[in-house]
Design a protein around this ligand. Structure first.
Ligand code: KG4
Ligand code: ZN
Length: 804
C-alpha cells in the first residue's frame, strides 16, 4: 500500500467479538480516502468460522469487486475472544497468502473507537470490550474532528470492577462516554458508579469501516508497525496468558533456583536428536567454548564461563532466560535474554558453524521470548553489528525491525543496529525439516513466478494437492501429486513448549499454530518447487489443484487454525477445499508404505487420543469393533512416563528404556481379556504401574526402570495382539495394518510382524515417521478425495468429535 498512487481495493475483517465485521472499500491513491463499497457486518455469535468466507464473497459481489482484484487485506488482531481472534487472523492469513496480497493487522479496540467516531461521537470515549470470565479490555480515547487519539500505551485486561473504579475515579469522569461489548454484561456496574453515558448500543461492536480507519492511521503514523504486509508476521494481540502459563510464570518468578532443571524429555532423548532445554550451570563451560569459536573475530569480547554462571545465578537482579540446543550430548547453540520492564533484551545468540542453516537460532530465540512473555514482556530488543547482514536477516524474519543505530558501539567504525519486535516472535519451522532459504526477510507480496510452457504443463499434469494438519501439537503441511508422489512433507512440532507442563496445553497449541502456519506452508511450497525443479524454486498457491485440511477430531482451538487458514487460502487461490478426517489419515499412512493395501482388513489405531480396533470392509466403510473405555494407549504411555518423572511425550522415552528391560520382570494386569470382547481399558494398568512405583519406593527398593518400561509395554501390546488376531479370525480378513503415534513403537511393530506373520497374515506398517501426527497422511487421504471430486464447502467448521 506504501508509495502506491493508484486506487486500491481492500477487504477488512474482524471476528474478535460477536460482530462478524466484513467490509470492502476502495482507497483513493491520491488522498488515501476510504470509500466503502459494501459491508457485510452482522452479529453472529460463535459462528464466525462458518459464515466468514460466505460473507466476504457476498460482500465482494455487492461491491462489484472480484476476489482477484483485492490489493490488500486488513484484519482485527483483537484483543477479544481467543477463538474468535484466531479464526479472523487465520482466515485472513489464508486469504492474503492464497492471493499473494499483503495483510495488515490492527487493534480491534481502536476499530471500536473509530466506529464511534464515524457515527459522530466526539470527546472522551471509553471502550470496555468483553474479555469473558468477569474481565474487560479497557481502552480510553480522545475523539475530535481530526480523528481518534489513544490515551493508553498497550492493550490490557482487568476485572470489570477495576475498570469501573478507574474510570469513575477520573477527574473528567462526567465527560466520559462508554462503548464496547463489555457493556452488555457489565453496563449496570458502570452505571451504578455514575458512568451513565453510553453511546448507542448498535455501535458497541467494531465495524469493518472502523477497522479500515484504525489501520490507515497506524499505517500513516509508523509505516511498518503492522509488519511488511507479510501474513506470517500478523499475530493476535494477547493480554493474558493461558492458565497453565500463568502457573508456570509464577514458578519462573518464585523459584529461579530451579534454573538447572531440565524438561525431562531433553535428557532422556539427548542421544537421539536435536533438543532444546533451559541452560543449566553444567552448560557454562561448553557455552564459553562455543562463544569463543563463534565470536573469535568479533569486535566485542566473548563471554566467559564465569559470566554465563552469573547469568544463571538465582540472585540475578532481573529475570533471565537462557536456552541451549544440544545434539548427541553436544552443545550446538544457545541464546539468552534479560527482562527489563516489559521488554526482553536478547543478550547473546550463538550456533556452531556447521549447524547454521537448520533454524536452531530461531528456535532458541522463540524459547527465550516465550519465557519472556510469561514474565510479562510484550516486546523484544537486541543489538547486532550493523554489517552482520545474515544475522540481521535472521532477526527480520522473526519480526524484528530496525529502530536505531548506536554509532561505534562495537569499537571504532563498527556500529550496532538496534532492533525491536513485538512478542510473540514468528515461529520457525521445525529443525528436523529441511529449511528453506531461511533467514531472508521477504518482500511481500512475493514476485509472481515466471514459468516456461513446459513447467506450466507439468504443474497442470501433476495436479498438486496441499494438505494442512493442525489437530494437536504439530503444525504440518505436505504436498502430493495426483499420482501419489510426495513432493513435500514439513512439520513444526511444539513439543518443547508443552513438555514443561507434562502434556499438551490446548491454549498454547492453538497460539503456536497461528504463529507457525505460514512458515510451514512456505517451506512445503518451496520443498515441492525444488522437488519439481521449478525455476524460481517455489510453487505458488494458485498453482495448486486443491487444498486439504484436517477437519477433526482433535483440539478444537488447534483445528480451527488449520481449517480457517485452508478455507481462506482455497477461496483466494480459487481452488477446491477438501476436508480430511484425522483418523482416516492415520489409516491411510499405511498406503505410503504399501500402495496396494486393499480392504477388507483389520486396522488398529493407537494414538494419544484414540484406541480402536476397526474392520475396514471397504475404503470409507469402517466397522469399529471396539474402542477404549478410558485412556488411549498413547495417553497411558504419557501418564506412566509422567509418574516416573521422565517427561513428555512418554511413548518414545518408554520405548527407548524398554530396549534393555525384561518384559517378563513384572506381571501387570491385562484388562477385558475375554474372547469376543474388542473393547480396551488402560486405566487399570496405569493404576497398577503407579501403585507399583509407590509400593517399591515406600519399601526403599530402587525401581529398575527398563524392566518396568518393558513390562508395561508387554501388558499393553499383548492385549493389542490378542484382540487383533481374534478380529482377523472372526472376520476372515487376511490383511492387517496399524496407525497412530504408538505405531512408531519398534516393539509393537516387530511383535505384530512376527506373530501375525506367522499366522499367514500380511502385516503393513506405516513408515516410522508417518505414525505420529504429520500431513503426508492427510495428503494421501486428500489426494484420493480429490480424484473422486469430493470437495467441501467453504462454510465447514472444525469438528473436534469426528469419528471413523
Ligand atoms: O498420533 P499422535 O501423534 O497424536 C494423536 O493423534 O494423538 O500420537 C501421539 C502419541 C503420544 O501419546 C505418544 O506418547 C505416543 O503417540 N508415541 C509412542 C511412541 N511414539 C509416540 N508410544 C509408544 N511408543 C512410541 N515409540
Ligand atoms: Zn494423531
Amino acid at each position: 500500500m506504501k508509495n502506491a498512487n493508484e486506487t486500491k481495493f481492500v477487504a477488512a475483517i474482524d471476528t474478535s467479538t460477536d460482530m462478524l465485521a466484513c467490509t470492502v472499500a476502495r482507497i483513493d491513491g491520491a488522498d488515501g480516502s476510504i470509500d466503502v463499497l459494501a459491508s457485510g457486518d452482522h452479529l453472529c455469535r460463535r459462528h464466525a468460522n462458518v459464515e466468514l468466507i460466505d460473507t466476504l464473497d457476498a460482500t465482494l459481489a455487492r461491491a462489484g469487486v472480484a476476489r482477484e482484484q483485492l490489493d490488500a487485506y486488513v484484519v482485527g488482531r483483537g484483543p477479544g475472544s481467543f477463538t474468535g481472534v484466531r479464526i479472523g487472523i487465520s482466515t485472513a492469513k489464508g486469504l492474503a497468502y492464497g492471493a499473494n496480497a499483503p495483510l495488515y493487522g490492527t487493534s480491534t479496540l481502536d476499530a471500536s473507537a473509530w466506529t464511534a467516531w464515524l457515527a459522530g461521537v466526539r470527546g472522551l470515549l471509553g471502550v470496555a470490550a468483553d474479555a469473558m470470565r468477569g474481565e474487560v479490555y479497557p481502552a480510553l480515547y480522545r475523539l475530535d474532528d481530526a480523528g481518534v487519539c489513544r490515551l493508553f500505551d498497550r492493550e490490557r485486561v482487568v476485572k470489570a470492577a477495576v475498570a469501573v473504579e478507574e474510570w469513575a475515579g477520573r477527574a473528567d469522569a462526567a465527560e466520559l462516554q462508554l462503548t464496547g461489548d463489555g457493556l452488555v454484561r457489565y453496563g449496570d456496574r458502570f452505571e451504578e458508579a455514575g458512568l451513565t453515558s453510553c453511546i448507542d448500543r448498535s455501535l458497541w461492536w467494531p465495524s469493518g469501516e472502523g477497522l479500515l480507519r484504525a489501520w490507515r492511521v497506524g499505517a500513516e503514523n509508523a509505516d511498518d508497525v503492522a509488519g511488511y504486509g507479510d501474513p506470517a508476521l500478523v499475530l493476535p494481540i494477547y493480554t493474558r496468558l493461558s492458565d497453565a502459563e500463568e502457573n508456570e510464570r509464577k514458578r519462573l518468578g518464585l523459584a529461579q533456583s530451579e534454573q538447572g532443571q531440565t524438561t525431562g524429555v531433553a535428557d532422556e532423548l539427548a542421544g537421539r536428536h536435536l533438543q532444546f532445554r533451559p541452560m543449566g550451570p553444567a552448560d557454562a563451560e561448553a557455552a564459553a567454548d562455543l562463544e569463543r569459536s563463534c565470536f573469535a573475530d568479533a569486535a566485542h569480547a566473548p563471554w566467559s564461563a564465569a559470566q554465563f554462571l552469573e547469568e544463571l545465578s538465582p540472585s540475578a537482579a532481573v529475570p533471565r532466560s537462557w536456552w541451549v540446543a544440544h545434539d548427541d550430548g553436544e552443545l550446538v547453540g544457545y541464546a539468552g535474554g534479560m527482562v527489563v520492564e516489559h521488554e526482553v533484551e536478547i543478550l547473546d545468540v550463538a550456533v556452531v558453524s556447521a549447524r547454521r542453516r537448520e533454524g536452531i537460532a530461531r528456535k532458541l530465540l522463540a524459547h527465550v521470548s516465550y519465557d519472556a512473555q510469561m514474565l510479562g514482556c510484550t516486546t523484544a530488543s537486541l543489538e547486532v553489528e550493523a554489517g552482520n547482514s545474515p544475522a540481521i536477516a535472521l532477526y527480520e524474519a522473526l519480526g524484528f525491525t530496525r529502530v536505531g543505530v548506536r554509532p561505534g558501539y562495537y569499537g571504532h567504525g563498527v556500529d550496532a543496529a538496534i532492533m525491536k519486535a513485538e512478542l510473540p516472535l514468528v515461529l520457525p519451522v521445525d529443525a528436523a525439516s529441511p529449511e528453506p532459504t531461511a533467514a531472508v526477510v521477504r518482500a511481500w507480496p512475493l514476485a509472481e513466478p515466471e514459468r516456461t510452457d513446459e513447467e506450466t504443463a507439468e504443474l497442470a499434469r501433476r495436479r498438486l494437492v496441499l494438505a494442512i494438519e493442525s489437530s494437536c501439537d504439530e503444525t504440518a503441511a505436505a504436498i502430493i501429486d495426483v499420482e501419489g508422489n510426495m513432493l513435500a512433507n514439513q512439520v513444526s512440532t511444539q513439543i518443547d513448549f508443552h513438555a514443561r507442563f507434562g502434556g499438551v496445553v490446548p491454549e498454547i497449541a492453538s497460539r503456536k499454530h497461528v504463529e507457525a502456519i505460514v512458515g510451514v506452508i512456505d517451506a512445503a511450497l518451496e520443498e515441492a518447487g525444488h522437488a519439481l525443479g521449478l525455476s524460481g524454486g517455489t510453487v505458488a498457491p494458485a498453482e495448486l489443484a486443491a487444498i486439504g485440511v484436517t477437519q477433526g477430531p482433535g483440539l478444537v482451538g488447534a483445528l480451527v487454525v488449520g481449517v480457517a487458514f485452508a478455507k481462506g487460502m482455497a477461496y483466494a487461490a480459487n481452488v477446491p477445499l477438501i476436508a480430511v478426517n484425522h483418523l482416516e489419515g492415520h489409516l491411510f499412512a499405511n498406503l505410503l508404505a504399501q500402495p496396494d493395501l486393499k480392504p477388507p482388513f483389520i486396522f488398529t489405531l493407537v494414538s494419544g487420543g484414540h484406541t480402536m480396533l476397526v474392520h475396514v470392509r471397504d475404503w470409507g466403510d469402517y466397522q469399529v469393533l471396539g474402542e477404549t473405555l478410558d485412556d488411549a494407549v498413547g495417553e497411558a504411555f504419557d501418564k506412566v512416563a509422567k509418574a516416573l518423572g521422565l517427561g513428555y511425550p512418554g511413548g518414545p522415552i518408554i520405548s527407548r528404556l524398554a530396549e534393555t528391560g525384561d518384559p517378563k520382570a513384572i506381571e501387570f494386569p491385562r484388562a477385558l481379556n475375554r474372547k469376543g470382547d474388542y473393547r480396551f481399558s488402560l486405566s487399570g494398568l496405569k493404576t497398577a504401574v503407579v501403585n507399583y512405583i509407590e509400593q517399591e519406593t515406600a519399601a526403599g527398593r530402587t525401581i529398575h526402570v527398563p524392566d518396568l518400561a518393558a513390562s508395561f509395554e508387554a501388558a499393553v501390546f499383548d492385549v493389542q495382539y490378542k484382540k487383533a488376531w481374534a478380529a482377523l479370525r472372526e472376520t476372515g480378513a487376511r490383511e492387517y495394518c496399524i496407525g497412530g503415534g504408538v505405531a512408531a513403537n519398534p516393539h509393537l511393530r516387530k511383535m505384530m510382524m512376527k506373530k501375525l506373520g506367522r499366522q499367514g497374515v500380511r502385516v503393513t506398517l506405516p513408515p516410522q515417521g508417518a505414525c505420529t501426527d504429520n500431513a503426508a497422511m492427510i495428503a494421501e487421504v486428500a489426494r484420493r478425495k480429490f480424484e473422486r471430486g469430493e470437495f467441501a464447502s467453504l462454510n465447514i467448521d472444525a469438528d473436534p468429535n469426528m469419528t471413523l
